[in-house]
Design a binder for this molecule. Structure first.
Ligand SMILES: [Ca+2]
Ligand SMILES: [Ca+2]
Length: 285
């Protein structure tokens, strides 16, 4: 269990998403079957709407610091060294989802990789009650021991059958995220296809990865692909070092559609995916 951990973190498009959530509520609800669910934690709690904690309650904490970007409350998840393997929260006030587009702002984390080598971000199709560790998929930022240059974005499979957290695909960054910035993680699941991006809120653009693209995309090759489940945020300990990550502005849109993505300002996710498929097949985009 000690070497399995990765980090995932995200998204900074606070201005974009702040308005987008409101726009989404207005636009999507009357038009689409897919109703978005969200929490900005501005009421300073995780009980309304309801989240369920995963982690050792003795060594983990769920608190509500101020997000400097808009002076609202955010959501900080911490787990101390003796805890493990994970601390997180699952959004339990809405039904489980199969297909989704999910996003959350990543506004802060413990960037001292000599102290905290963590993997943090979004989780989907999860079973929080699975033994030892939640099963499901994650879009996460990994902060290993090598410092910022070794950070990567990962789409993970979680579960005891893969030893905890396994990167199905991952890539380093051309310019790694830092806690001084704000980012937005965007995670999409459609059938067996999982896609992930991290946007820099300072530019509104998806961050460029060392894989040559600005996104990750993968199909789970393992037996027993997860088809539905809970969704949430959290972090995994790496080599029993502490988790410390702060999120804000969580949104999930069931059954992703072009309209919903457009309302979120996320149409680029699918555009990028289309370009990637063309490139891989050798055609010109
Ligand atoms: Ca907030
Ligand atoms: Ca609340």
């Amino acid at each position: 269990m000690k070497n399995m951990l990765l980090t995932l973190s995200n998204t900074k498009r606070k201005l974009v998403l702040g308005g987008a959530v409101a726009a989404l509520s207005l636009l999507v609800s009357p038009i689409l079957q897919a109703q978005p669910y969200s929490d900005n934690w501005n009421d300073g709690n995780d009980t309304s709407p309801a989240w369920s904690h995963f982690g050792n309650s003795t060594y983990s904490s769920w608190t509500f610091p101020i997000n400097p970007a808009d002076s609202s409350y955010a959501y900080r998840i911490q787990s101390a060294t003796p805890s493990g393997p994970m601390a997180g929260s699952f959004f339990t006030s809405q039904p489980n989802q199969a297909n989704f587009t999910m996003s959350v702002d990543l506004i802060d984390w413990n960037a001292d990789s000599g102290v905290s080598r963590q993997v943090f971000g979004l989780m989907g199709r999860a079973n929080p009650s699975a033994p030892q560790i939640p099963t499901g998929y994650g879009l996460m930022v990994r902060q290993p021991s090598g410092g910022p240059g070794a950070m990567s974005l990962q789409i993970n499979r979680m579960g005891a059958d893969v030893g905890g957290v396994l990167a199905l695909t991952n890539s380093g960054f051309l310019t790694p995220p830092t806690p001084a910035g704000d980012y937005t993680l965007v995670f999409t699941a459609t059938g067996t296809t999982l896609k992930g991006q991290i946007f820099d809120k300072a530019t509104g653009l998806a961050m460029q990865l060392q894989n040559g693209f600005d996104y990750l995309s993968v199909t789970d090759p393992y037996p027993g692909a997860y088809t539905t489940g809970a969704y949430g945020v959290g972090g995994f300990l790496v080599n029993v070092t502490p988790v410390d990550v702060t999120f804000d502005n969580f949104v999930i849109v069931p059954e992703p559609s072009a309209l919903a993505l457009g309302a979120l300002g996320l149409a680029g996710l699918f555009w990028a995916g289309r370009r990637g498929r063309l490139s891989r097949s050798g055609r010109q985009a």
